[in-house]
Design a protein around this ligand. Structure first.
Ligand SMILES: [Zn+2]
Length: 290
């Protein structure tokens, strides 16, 4: 069996300096190993990984893996049973029938399974319900939620229409805001006054601008904070040194830990009277916290 290995060449007695022998032929089992990656470069690419699949590891220390429970309460919606493909690039979930044509283009990114996110949102104490898919030209959201309250009976006025990832960020940030209210104002926070959540429009109401995250139910405008025993604190440039100014500054700074975009008074004239919070995806995970 050893003689099979390239013996024929050893008899060739030429005078020419012999180049190093060619390596033996690659065994067949190695040649046919990994598939050629070439053709797949032109194949359609899977959708961007949705935020709720990438961020919880850094944002959700209190959620333990052994805490997972079956999704019996939420599994009854239109989706087919959850499948776990073994391939390295998971296929997107089956497309619901209502999302064809133009609408499908608009909501491809948001259409990922958000079951795990909804379970986290429940555990965070949010009160919410799914609402029908939103579709308006390039605007829309495949699985929006209507959120009426957050943990600690924190009311949202009016209720927010958000995709789950943005709702989860809001719920986590609101918990921090409640702590800050107790610390800075000695007052329990009772509610958030909201402006726009879902709205099909360009950034800063400019029809020629890139679509706002509001157009994907992925952004929130917080206009003010309400309390049981004191006046509302409206988001605005407040005189420095007051407890109210400190509370707004602290709450705004905290928001940068939960949202990818945080704008407000001082950013520009369009944001002088509210905090704009959204979960816009940026290259390399960059955030905009101004
Ligand atoms: Zn906004």
């Amino acid at each position: 069996m050893l003689a099979l290995c390239g013996g024929a060449r050893a008899q060739a007695g030429t005078a020419i300096p012999v180049p190093p022998p060619a390596p033996p032929a690659r065994p067949a089992e190695l040649v046919t190993g990994p598939p050629e990656p070439g053709p797949s470069l032109d194949a359609p690419r899977p959708p961007e990984r949705p935020p709720e699949l990438t961020t919880p590891a850094v944002k959700a220390p209190e959620i333990k893996p052994d805490d997972t429970k079956p999704a019996e309460t939420k599994a009854s919606e239109t989706k087919p049973a959850e499948t776990k493909p073994a391939e390295p690039t998971p296929l997107p979930p089956a497309r619901p029938p209502e999302l064809s044509g133009e609408a499908a283009l608009a909501v491809t990114v948001a259409a990922a399974d958000d079951t795990a996110c909804r379970q986290r949102l429940e555990r965070l104490g949010a009160r919410f319900e799914p609402v029908p898919a939103l579709s308006d030209g390039q605007c829309g959201a495949a699985r929006p939620l209507k959120i009426t309250a957050l943990a600690g009976d924190l009311a949202l006025n009016p209720p927010a229409t958000l995709v789950c990832g943005a709702a989860e960020a809001l719920a986590r940030w609101a918990t921090e805001a409640q702590t800050l209210a107790e610390r800075d104002l000695s007052q329990p926070l009772k509610g958030l006054s909201l402006g726009t959540t879902y709205l099909c429009r360009g950034q800063n109401h400019d029809p020629d601008a890139k679509l706002s995250e509001h157009a994907f139910a992925n952004g929130i405008d917080v206009m003010g904070f309400t309390f049981a025993n004191r006046a509302v604190i409206a988001v605005a440039p407040l005189p420095e040194g007051t407890p109210e100014a400190a509370f707004l500054a602290h709450a705004r700074a905290k928001a940068c830990g939960f949202f990818r975009t945080v704008l407000g008074p001082g950013t520009d004239a369009a944001h002088a009277n509210h905090f704009h919070l959204d979960e816009r995806e940026r290259t390399a995970g960059h955030r905009l916290c101004q």
